[in-house]
Design a protein around this ligand. Structure first.
Ligand code: PRP
Ligand code: URA
Length: 209
């Protein structure tokens, strides 16, 4: 079964509380989401393998560590996942960015795909899928399905707010995908929104509705 890591760093928790507040406006919401994504990326990348190389400092030659292994790709689930990309890129500026467009059908709550463009170098990249909300899990599961069909193997899911139902669904569908999340909320309501959650992440990020 995959690993679920709750990123409980005080800065992440503080900023998430500010975002949850219904009086948090679009500008602050956008900035806080980017900041949290950067802080979470620090945790997600904690176990990247290192290798030693020889370098020359102004004083002497020495061995020093650099990140080894495969390069990273970031895949936001549109729209709201876009708000997390720049935060991750701030720490991993060489990452490539793919996009998956999905929306939840308002009646069925099932994900509908409308766009998918991923980096081409499948064998060279480990992917981090980003989306602030993990509600039923349908969108994340569908996104990871698409990505796996293109041949990518090492995938990590990074979300802001989830609930037990969504996490269980992703773990069942993709037991090889580790999940990083800032908060696991109580439940879903009758409209499949997370309670207490933060409302509709896409609308709050872009000021729509
Ligand atoms: C939101 C959110 C997730 C999805 C989560 O997107 O950003 O992608 O819902 O719900 P799920 O786990 O039940 O699938 P939404 O469909 O509202 O699209 P948007 O980002 O374009 O607003
Ligand atoms: N999508 C959101 O943006 N918020 C939720 O609570 C559930 C799905």
């Amino acid at each position: 079964m995959s690993k679920v890591t709750v990123v409980d760093h005080p800065l992440v928790q503080h900023k998430l509380t500010l975002m949850r507040d219904k009086n948090c406006g679009t500008k602050d919401f956008r900035q806080l989401l980017e900041e949290i994504a950067m802080l979470m990326a620090y945790e997600v990348t904690r176990e990247l393998p290192l290798e030693e190389i020889e370098i020359e400092t102004p004083i002497t030659k020495c061995k020093s560590k650099i990140i080894a292994g495969k390069k990273l790709g970031i895949v936001p689930i549109l729209r709201a996942g876009l708000g997390m990309v720049d935060g991750v890129l701030a720490l991993v500026p060489t990452a490539k960015v793919g996009h998956i467009g999905l929306y939840r059908d308002p009646e069925t709550h099932l994900p509908v795909e409308y766009y998918c463009k991923l980096p081409m170098d499948v064998a060279e990249r480990d992917l981090i899928v980003v989306d602030p909300m993990l509600a039923t899990g349908g969108s994340s599961i569908a996104a990871i399905d698409f990505i796996k069909r293109r041949g990518y193997k090492t995938i990590t899911l990074m979300c802001l707010v989830g609930c037990p139902e969504g996490i269980e669904a992703v773990q069942k569908a993709h037991p090889d995908v580790d999940i990083y999340i800032a908060a696991i909320d109580e439940k879903l309501n009758e409209n499949k929104y997370i309670v207490p959650g933060l409302g509709d992440a896409g609308d709050r990020l872009y000021g729509t509705k």
